[in-house]
Design a protein around this ligand. Sequence first.
Ligand code: GAR
Length: 194
Amino acid sequence: MGFNLAILISGKGSNMLNIVDACNNKTLSSNVKVVISNNKNSSGLAKVKEKGINTKIIDEIQIKKFEERLSKLLCEEKVDLVCLAGFMRILSESFLCNWKKKIINIHPSILPAFKGLNAVKKAIEKKVKYSGCSIHYVDKGVDTGEIIDQRIVRVSKTDNEEKLAKKILKEEHILYIKVIKTLEKEKENDKTRQ
Ligand code: GAR
């Protein structure tokens, strides 16, 4: 059973485009109702518009106003799962408490290692031998919410930040689809139990 999805982005949106494609080709049963960016220059926005997806820009600086507009949009579109995909803004506790276990985020590290900004750079600096990506429920902390799933990549001696980020992103695309599929199945099971 699919979700009405909102995908929030700030940048190039490769995870978002991958989710849109998976919904369009029925790999997922969900529907992308809206793609929202806090950055009008996100390159992903233009690309997804071409696919006929509803896009919105919310560029309010003030958090309260930003979240008011976001809530209104999510309710109007009857969204029941929000996917953060390279969305570089913190959401407040008061907003999140209305969306408990309904917002998930992807992060380019094996959490709880390297939370926050520049996760891949930090992994290179620490000379870790393995890194990867995590998807977690969003709570009031930064990348602290319950981990749903992870994928690992081997860091090779020749990897720099750019090379490692590329390797991780490839795994992110696989992981995001897998997690949404799992959540779709859980939703289906909950429905049949009712
Ligand atoms: C991804 O690597 C994602 O994990 C990261 O931003 C990139 C967005 O790529 N997110 C964070 O660092 C969040 N803390 P994309 O725009 O191509 O999907």
